[in-house]
Design a protein around this ligand. Structure first.
Ligand code: FES
Ligand code: FES
Length: 189
């Protein structure tokens, strides 16, 4: 399950950002991120406001619209991205909290050389594990984090890892089949 931020006020979130990020960068007025392997330097007040969520920065500033925002308050998992390999809810994370972090979005999963889809993405297509697809990028990112940590998780662990994701199209059973297929194929290798 992606880490959930607290539903606290902006003031509180800003304070967290200063605590977690690189203070010297923030004082200098920049947020440095690595997004899908590329360094991005964002000027505070120009490229990024202190109140901007990571979801907003990813989609509106960096143009990576594969990450979806649905509930926008930490309840559905649609906005999940990886921060230093761990799933986080980007709608509940301020960009200034992410200074110095490595962010992976759904756009970062395909093979950069061949353009081939990641095996998890391919399995979701093979098993028709979506309908509208709005929840899919977030589910795939949580699956990636799980399988990077544990390539052969039990079904219970898969269900637990994906339990924070709502799919309004009720594709959950197909999602489980897709994830089991990825696990099976990696075990056969
Ligand atoms: S959009 Fe972030 S949890 Fe729903
Ligand atoms: S496929 Fe539509 S919300 Fe999940």
């Amino acid at each position: 399950m992606a880490e959930r931020g607290r539903k606290s006020g902006q003031q509180d979130k800003r304070a967290n950002g200063k605590k977690n990020g690189s203070v010297s960068n923030l004082i200098a007025g920049y947020v440095n991120l690595t997004v899908n392997g590329e360094s991005r330097k964002l000027m505070i007040g120009k490229d990024v406001q202190t109140s901007d969520t990571l979801a907003h920065t990813i989609r509106e500033t960096l143009g990576l619209t594969g990450t979806k925002v649905s509930c926008d308050h930490g309840a559905c998992g649609a906005c999940t991205v990886l921060m230093d390999g761990k799933p986080i809810l980007s709608c509940m994370t301020l960009t200034v909290e992410c200074d110095g972090k490595s962010i992976t979005t759904i756009e970062g999963l395909e093979d950069p050389k061949t353009g081939r889809l990641h095996p998890i993405q391919q399995a979701f297509i093979d098993h028709t594990a979506f309908q509208c697809g709005f929840c899919t990028p977030g589910i795939i990112m949580s699956t990636k984090a799980l399988l990077d940590k544990d390539p052969s998780p039990s079904e219970d662990k898969v269900e637990e890892a994906l339990s924070g994701h709502y799919c309004r199209c009720i594709s959950h059973y197909h999602v489980l089949e897709a994830v089991k297929d990825v696990i099976r194929k990696s075990e056969e290798r």
